[in-house]
Design a protein around this ligand. Structure first.
Ligand SMILES: *[C@@H]1O[C@H](CO)[C@@H](O)[C@H](O)[C@H]1NC(C)=O
Ligand SMILES: *[C@@H]1O[C@H](CO)[C@@H](O)[C@H](O)[C@H]1NC(C)=O
Ligand SMILES: *[C@@H]1O[C@H](CO)[C@@H](O)[C@H](O)[C@H]1NC(C)=O
Length: 358
């Protein structure tokens, strides 16, 4: 099935041939460099015949380049989650993130770190606006999908705003949808950087794996159960990095998360985000045959620990797997902090990104 679906994608490829992306070769570009193909007489003839043929079958379509770009745009507009998931899945597992256009630099930064672990092929970007859908897919065909309806892009990226809440509340629905398609899924926020491959850390056969957002230092051999509730009566598990297997238990947690979000609608006063609802969902499903696994703190520390406790970082040297740039708000502050810690990769290592240099 996935082979079949992969074969349907090349229709969008012609517009992408100029890109240096490794995917371009995969999508039917000749093995010889494209330029020598085009410069050869046979190649030139072939291109002219193709243009003539297109002119015959698609008269009045104007420039061939607008033809290709608009046909690929409409193709991506109809690209479904089912097809995208089948395309990206490796060994039944997808790595997803959800981004709106202002976050493309963070997506790019995260992707460079994912590519260093050779996991980029199984990444699926859930585009939260059409600009992101088209830009990612034109640079890296097949790796972005948009699940309608589109949230209001003006407000979606302002933390604490109503738009941000609507944007984040889509997360459990998307994840549930992917589980219902039968895939395991790792969700990541894009203000993260991988230092190692996280997949080998998903030990055992649990339904759901998550990380603690509490900055308090735990012993290296801490338990892997849901921690006890904190001051607010609930836990502080991060909704930023979650791994789910397509099991009844994992689906139950996603459904409960959706319910919690519906029961606690956004209000200006509380400046809600989706993390408390996720924690209430974990609290309510913990006793209901859901098998949960808390990932090791040393490998998956909150930003509140990694960026704030130098002696802990020294003690746990080389144990970190994913760094999360949280416990700080603001686009520029996050970038500056990544730069200070040598984790802003887009300037000097842009060529490693599957999106190409942006
Ligand atoms: C594929 O998935 C299975 C089950 O989740 C896992 O045990 C195995 O290690 C995975 N293989 C690779 C190559 O990732
Ligand atoms: C769920 O939350 C309640 C209220 O804070 C708490 O008493 C209970 O222990 C929690 N249950 C679990 C499994 O964490
Ligand atoms: C920082 O880390 C050290 C070493 O792990 C720990 O003993 C200390 O309590 C931590 N400091 C804070 C403020 O959490």
């Amino acid at each position: 099935m996935s082979l079949h679906q992969r074969q349907q994608l090349p229709a969008a490829a012609p517009a992408e041939l100029h890109l240096s992306s490794p995917r371009a070769a995969f999508y039917g570009a000749p093995n010889r460099p494209l330029s020598s193909f085009l410069l050869g007489r046979v190649g030139l003839l072939a291109v002219i015949s193709l243009l003539v043929l297109l002119g015959v079958f698609l008269p009045g379509s104007g420039s061939i380049f607008t033809l290709f770009s608009s046909s690929s745009h409409s193709q991506w507009k109809e690209y479904t989650l089912a097809r995208a998931a089948a395309f990206a899945a490796r060994n039944g597992t997808i790595v997803v993130c959800a981004v709106s256009h202002p976050y493309l630099p963070f997506l790019n930064n995260w992707l460079i770190s994912v590519a260093r672990q050779k996991r980029q092929d199984q990444v699926l970007v859930i585009a939260e606006d059409y600009a992101t859908l088209y830009e990612v897919n034109s640079r890296w065909p097949g790796h972005a999908v948009l699940i309608p309806p589109v949230p209001d892009s003006q407000t979606a990226h302002k933390f604490g705003s109503e738009g941000f809440f609507i944007f984040t509340s889509r997360r459990p629905r998307h994840l549930l949808h992917i589980l219902e398609l039968g895939y395991s899924v790792m969700y990541n926020d894009v203000d993260m950087v991988w230092l190692a491959d996280p997949l080998p850390y998903l030990e055992g056969n649990h339904d759901i794996y998550f990380t603690d957002d509490m900055a308090a230092v735990k012993p290296l051999n801490h338990p892997h159960d849901l921690p006890p509730p904190g001051k607010k009566g609930r836990t502080y598990i991060c909704s930023c990095m979650i791994f789910l297997r397509p099991t009844k238990g994992a689906k139950k947690v996603m459904k409960s998360w959706i319910e919690e979000l519906e029961n606690q609608p956004w209000s200006k006063k509380t400046k809600s985000n989706d993390q408390p609802a996720f924690n209430w969902a974990l609290n309510k499903t913990a006793g209901q045959q859901v098998d949960m696994y808390l990932l090791p703190q040393a490998a998956f520390p909150t930003g509140g620990l990694y960026f704030k406790n130098k002696s802990w970082v020294k003690e746990t040297k080389d144990m970190q797997v994913i760094i999360h740039n949280n416990y700080i708000t603001g686009f520029d502050k996050k970038i500056k902090r990544f730069k200070d810690y040598g984790l802003w990769l887009v300037d000097d290592h842009g060529h490693e990104s599957p999106l190409g240099k942006m």
